[in-house]
Ligand binder design. Structure first.
Ligand SMILES: N#[N+]C[C@@H]1[C@@H](O)[C@H](O)[C@@H](O)[C@@H]2O[C@H]12
Length: 444
């Protein structure tokens, strides 16, 4: 099942999850540095102080990318490395790091795909209110303009934000992620300022950039646990809260009425001009897809029903996610029909499984991960046949890495990392993915 000529094959990472050295060479601390160093918040007390030591081992990791035959590499830029205080004086050592990385990627024939914000807000900006402060959109645009002017042209594919829904829900409602707030009234303000920041960064790019810029969202299709009216209503609410929450403003210039009603008094009156900014046109949409959500009414839980009824006979990953490739097809067709079939990249797709240890001779026989990826790639081929404008795919992740509050307990990598000595070992899934890339999907 060959994919179209020019289909882009890649793998993805994020700065705080792999780089280590979070304060090196003048870098400013992020909210994740603070969060990890706050006892009790991250599994095992793990931090990003070392991670995969990518800040120092990046040449070795580019060699791994070449071995995989990656055509593109999606990474994120740590805001605090280039602007230690979040605004103001730039840190040339931080900019130099990303410039060297980009230049060597190009040297290796790998197209850089840079994400401006993958959750690591400079702590100095959090001290000024962070995403709760309306000025955050201007702070972000200043940072974006700085890196655009430094790297655009060599980087030809930019993303403003990674998964703004997770930033809002995890960082300000559930409190499971940095900065660890639990406040219903903060959530819509944060979501709105993230969207404003996205719009301002896109406008900054249009003023100076010459290539493409988009947004990466996590989309999780919602299915009612039964035909009972209360389950169908709960499913619509869950869909409004997670999926339409950011897609509707960006592509349709307005919020979902169901979402607004859900928040009730906690929903502020936003200026209409904000929605005009937010809907500034983008060049592509990045979709991170992992699983689906079967929804049963759980009236006691706002805004998302917490119960995820276990599906008999299904396979589940180490993060408790059902393996459900049909949900990826359903999601892509929903985006195609509701939002005018925008160019889409799958910017993350992968799974954590309890991988076997590295075998003698250096192999990791992670058959479950290979099967997960194969099932989802086959679905992508169907999505293209059904008319989705699907341009590329990035496996999550290149390396085992810091899985946020899970610490290093969950492994998503195509490459195993032994955190005791930083030894990298290509897993069977990585070797298989290299064959998929080399055959443009023919071997699926
Ligand atoms: N959990 N999980 C894996 C993966 C996470 O490691 C990424 O940083 C996020 O963009 C997205 O949540 C997905």
């Amino acid at each position: 099942m060959a994919f179209p000529d020019g289909f882009l094959w890649g793998a993805a990472t994020a700065a705080y999850q792999i780089e280590g050295s979070p304060l090196a060479d003048g870098a400013g601390a992020s909210i994740w540095h603070r969060f990890c160093h706050t006892p009790g918040l991250v599994h095992g007390g793990d931090t990003g102080d070392v991670a995969c030591d990518h800040y120092r081992r990046w040449p070795e990791d580019i060699a791994l990318m070449r071995r995989l035959g990656l055509q593109s590499y999606r990474f994120s830029i740590a805001w605090g490395r280039v602007l230690p205080q979040g605004t103001g004086t730039a840190n040339s050592a931080g900019l130099d790091f990303y410039e060297r990385l980009v230049d060597q990627l190009l040297e290796a024939g790998i197209a850089p795909n840079a994400t401006l914000y993958h959750w690591d807000l400079p702590a100095a900006l959090d001290d000024r209110g962070g995403w709760l402060n309306r000025d955050s959109a201007d702070w972000f645009a200043e940072y974006a303009d700085l890196v655009f002017r430094r790297l655009d042209g060599r980087v030809k594919m930019w993303t403003t934000l990674n998964e703004p829904w997770v930033v809002m829900d995890g960082g300000y409602l559930s409190g499971a992620l940095a900065p660890g707030h639990r406040n219903l009234f903060e959530a819509p303000i944060v979501a709105h300022n993230l969207l404003r920041a996205h719009g301002k960064a896109v406008q900054a790019y249009r003023a100076s950039g010459a290539h493409r810029i988009g947004l990466v969202v996590n989309l999780e299709p919602k299915y009612p646990a039964s035909d009972a009216p209360q389950d169908r209503v709960a499913t619509r609410r869950a869909h409004a809260y997670m999926n339409r929450h950011f897609m509707d403003p960006v592509f349709r210039g307005r919020y979902d009425a169901v979402l607004v009603r859900m928040f009730g008094a906690a929903w502020p009156a936003f200026p209409a001009s904000d929605l005009d900014l937010i809907r500034t046109p983008i060049d592509f949409l990045g979709i991170n897809y992992y699983t689906r959500n079967v929804v049963r009414d759980d009236a006691g839980r706002f805004p998302l029903p917490v119960e995820r009824p276990v599906q008999r006979g299904a396979t589940y990953t180490e993060t408790g996610w059902e393996v459900f490739p049909q949900g990826l097809l359903d999601t892509l067709n929903w985006v195609r029909t509701r939002y005018g079939n925008p160019p889409v990249y799958i910017t993350e797709n992968g799974a954590a499984f309890d991988d076997p240890p590295v075998a003698q001779g250096g192999a990791v026989h992670d058959a479950l991960r290979t099967d997960y990826l194969r099932q989802h790639l086959r679905v992508l081929h169907r999505a293209i046949a059904e008319g989705c404008d699907l341009r590329g795919y990035y496996a999550w992740s290149l390396l085992d890495n810091l899985e946020w509050a899970h610490g290093y307990s969950k492994r998503f990598g195509l490459v195993h990392v032994d955190y005791r000595n930083q030894r990298r070992t290509l897993k069977d899934s990585g070797a298989w993915y290299a064959r998929v890339i080399a055959s443009n999907g023919q071997c699926l």
